[in-house]
Design a binder for this molecule. Structure first.
Ligand SMILES: [Zn+2]
Length: 320
């Protein structure tokens, strides 16, 4: 088991900027908004996150600035925990009270499949009180040019805390050691991949690849990986992966010229999980259920497209 907590406690006192940002996190404004009688969204105002919410990223998920995750550009205070092809680093601009970035040692494009064994091994080797997540290059990754995952804390993001009542899950298909479910009755279209403790990384990878291929075919995408958020955690003897296929990087309100409607937001995994970060106080105060529903409607696949995606996965099932 990787002792993330010890690493965090050792790093923080040695890095004043990070220490200050973690202290600020404790003072952040918070409010809860309900999109239905059970769908809770927690809004958090974090001015330090402005850079990642407003980053200039092209439609293809490219950026024009020096890479800040390459090891030779990391701040002098930054320590690392060696993890095979990757390093585990404390994130100095946190969303969680313990927040880590896990970049690959090599400068390479953001891809979940390219470092899948590392992602799955993280899931297996971190303590159960953490979650691992991936933001595709076109949906919230702040460094789409350098492959990285993130680690945050469990029991912070509302969707992770939901017990997934059976009426909110529809089973799509059973695979070897895993099953795929559609998340229902939420204002966010997502699917849940549940894997047993015996599932190998290849078992889960096969389902993920099938899902990505089907999503790419249906939505005419060159690279479906750029358009997903994935949040994964271990729950007892099961591994749970929530996958959000995305329709857009940013909602329409981001581009509005009317300052009353404009909101600076680039929803990524944490926002899809219902832990909604607004860097600007005016957006935090303005955001209500209607605004959040509009944001999710803009950036998620529609229910209709999601149903088509599941129908295609089912056909694939029957043809085997
Ligand atoms: Zn780099």
């Amino acid at each position: 088991m990787i002792d993330l907590h010890a690493f965090f406690s050792q790093q923080l006192p040695l890095w004043p900027l990070a220490q200050a940002n973690y202290n600020n996190l404790k003072q952040a404004l918070i409010k809860d908004v309900y999109l239905s009688d059970f769908e809770r969204i927690r809004l958090v105002c974090l001015p330090a996150r402005i850079a990642s919410s407003s980053a200039k990223i092209t439609a293809k998920g490219e950026v024009d600035r020096p890479c800040f995750l390459c090891s030779h550009r990391l701040p002098a205070e930054q320590q690392h925990l060696d993890f095979g092809h990757c390093d585990i680093l404390v994130n100095p601009f946190p969303v969680f009270e313990e927040h880590f970035t896990v970049p690959s040692k090599k400068h390479q494009d953001q891809s979940l499949l390219d470092e899948w064994p590392s992602f799955y091994r993280l899931l297996q080797e971190i303590p159960q009180d953490y979650v691992v997540f991936f933001n595709g290059a076109c949906c919230g990754a702040s460094a789409p040019d350098h492959l990285h995952f993130q680690i945050g804390l469990k029991d912070v993001m509302p969707l992770q805390m939901d017990t997934f009542a059976s009426e909110n899950l529809q089973c799509i298909k059973h695979y070897e050691n895993c099953s795929l479910y559609a998340l229902q009755h939420y204002h966010r279209q997502a699917c849940l991949l549940r894997a047993t403790e015996n599932a190998t990384q290849e078992n889960v990878l096969e389902v993920l690849k099938l899902f990505l291929q089907t999503f790419a075919n249906l939505c005419h995408l060159d690279d479906a990986e750029k358009h997903i958020n994935v949040v994964a955690w271990k729950d007892g003897s099961e591994y749970l992966l929530l996958i959000f296929p995305r329709a857009a990087h940013r909602p329409q309100c981001f581009y509005s010229e009317d300052e009353n409607k404009r909101m600076i937001t680039s929803p990524a995994s944490v926002e899809m999980m219902g832990y909604y970060i607004f860097p600007r106080a005016e957006d935090f105060h303005k955001a209500d259920a209607a605004a959040l529903k509009a944001i999710y409607r803009d950036v998620c696949l529609s229910q209709e497209v999601m149903s088509q995606l599941f129908a295609l996965l089912l056909i694939d099932n029957e043809s085997k």
